[in-house]
Design a binder for this molecule. Structure first.
Ligand code: CU
Length: 340
């Protein structure tokens, strides 16, 4: 059995969303989003994951039917990957479709970071291609970042490894001081002994998270215009794969066209839906087929309009464009505007 081998390093980086807008984050191989996997169904995959950050992480293969010890849920299927440690994930890529991977370490800092990417599993007998022949497909990873939160917390983190992380790395967490229990029974015993979980006190850090920047494949509009345009020609079908690896809702709307929604969560729909707006909620993937029948330049954006802003300034964020390549002498050509 031979594996297709990949390397994913967890690193700390500073990512540029737009000219002049940078924020510190965790990222796979320093890329936002992480590198895209493009594999064939039933390929055996080996991913060497190395943690080069001072916090712990894991990788979850979302929508891929791996064996449970490869599922990447800390304390449920594996120990977290400690700083400077390596974990090797091995699994078979199935079933085919648009899938994703992300870090499953659930602290706010990781949620607000960029540890996510596309995991596309192809098959020679793709029912979508059989129904709608196409040549080009586009993968759009939808992202939302609270960069103020991330900046604040990365500074703290860079100032020194947090005590709790250090204790956990040394496997010296105390159940009562750090709410870490080997099983539910031990959790109940702690409550009987007078310990109280922190739910009523809550965690204002998390309830206050508000994304300020929205991105497609790591770039916010207008920086999306050079990298994330969807190109099409008259009579052509294109496939657009939308992936939400974040924790906020997006509702993608295409102007001037009724597209076909052909797959959800990577799985082909028996009856494609004719739509022009499609919700892509956290953890979801949605595949669309756009047929080129209305030449022009067309907005494709999150219709949750507050997400089409950069730090509150419109237009920005999650906007890109469907652009016909075979448009001769267009009567109007889009320009770039900022601050409406
Ligand atoms: Cu993480």
């Amino acid at each position: 059995m031979s594996y297709r081998e990949f390397r994913l390093d967890f690193v700390l980086t500073e990512h540029e969303l737009l000219p002049g807008v940078r924020f510190p984050c965790f990222a796979f191989n320093g890329q936002v989003p992480g590198p895209m996997f493009r594999v064939q169904e039933n390929d055996w995959i080996k991913v060497v994951a190395r943690n080069r950050t001072p916090e712990m992480h894991t990788i979850h293969w979302h929508g891929v039917d791996v064996i449970y010890t490869m599922d990447g849920v800390p304390m449920v299927t594996q120990d977290p990957i400690h700083p400077e440690e390596t974990f090797v994930y091995r699994f078979q890529a199935r079933p085919h479709g648009t899938r994703l991977y992300h870090c499953h370490w659930g602290t706010p800092l990781h949620m607000m970071s960029a540890l996510h990417g596309a995991f596309i599993i192809d098959t020679p007998d793709d029912p979508v291609r059989a129904m709608f022949p196409y040549q080009r497909d586009y993968v759009l990873v939808l992202e939302a970042f609270d960069v103020n939160f991330t900046r604040r917390h990365m500074e703290e983190l860079l100032g020194g490894m947090k005590r709790v992380n250090k204790l956990m790395a040394l496997r010296r967490l105390s159940p009562l001081t750090h709410a870490f229990f080997p099983n539910y029974q031990a959790f109940l015993q702690a409550i009987e002994a007078g310990w109280r979980p922190p739910y009523t006190r809550g965690n204002a850090e998390v309830t206050d998270i508000k994304p300020t920047f929205f991105a497609i494949n790591g770039k916010s509009y207008p920086a999306t215009v050079t990298t994330e345009h969807l190109y099409i020609r008259r009579g052509e079908n294109i496939r657009v794969r939308l992936i939400n690896g974040g924790v906020f809702d997006h509702h993608m709307h295409l102007h001037g066209h009724q597209f076909w929604k052909v797959a959800e969560d990577g799985n082909p729909l028996p009856q494609p839906l004719r739509l022009n707006t499609v919700p892509v909620t956290p953890g979801k993937t949605v595949d669309l087929i756009v047929h080129g029948n209305n030449p022009g330049f067309w907005d494709f954006h999150d219709h949750k309009e507050l997400n089409t802003r950069n730090n509150g300034i419109y237009p920005g964020g999650m906007i890109t464009m469907l652009e016909y390549e075979d448009l001769e002498n267009p009567p109007y050509v889009p320009s770039i505007s900022v601050n409406q």
